[in-house]
Design a protein around this ligand. Structure first.
Ligand SMILES: C[S@@+](CC[C@H](N)C(=O)[O-])C[C@H]1O[C@@H](n2cnc3c(N)ncnc32)[C@H](O)[C@@H]1O
Length: 458
């Protein structure tokens, strides 16, 4: 007979504990008889008083009530709401320590997989705030008023916020202006319980190099009351706005954007520049959110690819062709693939915009297209991957092993899937000889970006 094990802590219990670690989500970890308690805002080395909020089978969540002994790495938090909303959950950790935490996280995951891989110190920012070039801000009604802000973590309760701390201030300013116009015209905010109300969220993109700006009003259905007046008011309050778009999203659930875009004013895209290359960016296309660090990240990826004039490169998960087009002038041909059709349409336009004629872009799942290219006999010397958090598909790895590129440059935003995929590539004969290089794309948050080079063994 199995005996049900009791958790050693109970809901609402008050405890004094030592914080021993930080989770990959940036929460402090304490243990009571080996049972982990995750505590927001607590740092390793601290002794804290916590109140147990929730007890699950294998762990509990605790609320930090009092810091009894503070870590020397603790700094004054800018605003409690940035932790509550998850905008900047590491704001209380000194920036150099955030960089160490990110390096350590990657190292630990490789160690756990018994892979002997070196990890270099994280490349950080001189000014680790106000860096984001994109915001997607939820809109809700609070106390009868349309508000913009961010959700409390693990909930859909909106906390009104005007200064988002990690976003370019031009974006914060635009959101306040648009919010006030929507209030003036009594446009309703979306209510996800009743599925009624008009504005679901406001997306803003800002080109750091070009200062071009796009505002997207995401609406629950086609109707946008007082459309013409709102367009005029936005143009008057944001005279330099380059693109105003309505995105229709009448889906139930958490999808941020719908499939249909209606151009309200200006262009259907904005332009920006990275590494002396120009890019058109449509509302649905992925574009890295920290342009200063992106240049460092891509320069590293390009250097580490050791490109030469006769090389054929595959850039998988290529988005609007950022890496492909920065590499194209150095090689014979680049093949890019992405599953989002708008991104590939942008990539093709971006090739023309930069007078690049040695890049081919395909709309497909990377795993399907790699197999097709392998079957067609395409044999790249270098494969670059920059996948979403879930990493690369096993069938993609099979095609890499068939194509036998000399190098695979892996740009990763999730060290857990990076390590899993590296393991599969190492099993297939690849080696990691150079240290993995983390680059801090998301200061004040626990997100970790890195570049790893896998070389084909002899
Ligand atoms: C992290 S972004 C990288 C984009 C680009 N390399 C850049 O830096 O701008 C990941 C990209 O993968 C694409 N994507 C997601 N799943 C995919 C799949 N199965 N096959 C191809 N592309 C995919 C997304 O559309 C997105 O553009």
């Amino acid at each position: 007979m199995r005996i049900k094990k009791e958790a050693p802590v109970q809901k609402n219990e008050e405890l004094e504990v030592d914080v021993i670690d930080l989770t990959y989500q940036g929460m402090g970890v304490a243990k009571v008889s080996d049972f982990p308690i995750f505590i927001e805002d607590a740092l390793p080395g601290e002794r804290v008083q916590v109140k147990v909020l929730k007890v699950k089978k294998n762990f509990a969540f605790g609320k930090l009530e009092k810091i009894i002994k503070a870590s020397p790495d603790r700094v004054q938090a800018i605003d409690r709401r940035f932790t509550q909303s998850g905008i900047a959950p590491l704001q209380h950790l000194a920036y150099p320590k955030q960089l160490e935490f990110k390096q350590h996280q990657i190292k630990e995951l490789f160690n756990k997989a018994h892979l002997d891989v070196q990890v270099s110190p994280t490349i950080g920012m001189d000014n680790p705030s106000k860096y984001r070039n994109k915001a997607q801000i939820p809109v809700r009604k609070i106390n009868g008023k349309l508000e913009t802000g961010f959700y409390r973590r693990h909930s859909h309760d909106l906390i009104p916020i005007e200064d988002f701390y990690i976003q370019d201030p031009h974006i914060d300013e635009a959101i306040i202006k648009v919010r006030d116009i929507l209030r003036d015209y009594h446009v309703s905010a979306y209510n996800e319980v009743t599925h009624k109300g008009c504005i679901r969220n406001i997306m803003v993109r800002y080109g750091r190099a070009t200062h071009e700006m796009m505002v997207v009003l995401v609406t629950n259905g086609k109707n946008l009351p007082h459309k013409e007046d709102i367009i005029k008011a936005i143009q008057s309050k944001l005279p330099d706005l380059d693109s105003l778009i309505q995105n229709v999203n009448d889906s139930h659930g958490n999808r941020l954007m719908g499939d249909k875009n209606v151009l309200l004013a200006g262009k259907a895209y904005i332009e920006d520049e990275l590494l002396d290359t120009k890019f058109l960016i449509s509302p649905m296309s992925f574009y890295q959110v920290n342009p200063i660090q992106t240049e460092k990240l891509y320069s590293l990826a390009i250097d580490k690819a050791q490109l030469s004039k006769d090389d054929v490169v595959v850039d998988a998960y290529c988005g609007i062709g950022t890496i492909s087009l920065a590499m194209a002038p150095k090689v014979k041909h680049v093949y890019g693939v992405d599953v989002v059709s708008e991104a590939i349409e942008d990539a093709r336009k971006n090739a023309k915009l930069n007078q690049i004629d040695n890049a081919t872009f395909v709309i497909a799942k990377a795993e399907d297209q790699m197999k097709k290219w392998a079957d067609e006999g395409i044999r790249p010397n270098v494969v670059v991957v920059d996948p979403p958090r879930k990493g690369i598909d096993p069938t993609f790895i099979e095609s890499v092993l068939e194509m036998k590129p000399e190098r695979l440059v892996y740009v990763s935003c999730n060290p857990a899937t990076l390590v899993r995929d590296c393991q599969a590539l190492i099993d297939g004969g690849y080696e990691i000889k150079q240290p993995v290089q983390p680059v801090d794309q998301f200061p004040q948050t626990p997100h970790v970006e890195s570049v790893t080079v896998l070389e084909r063994g002899k």
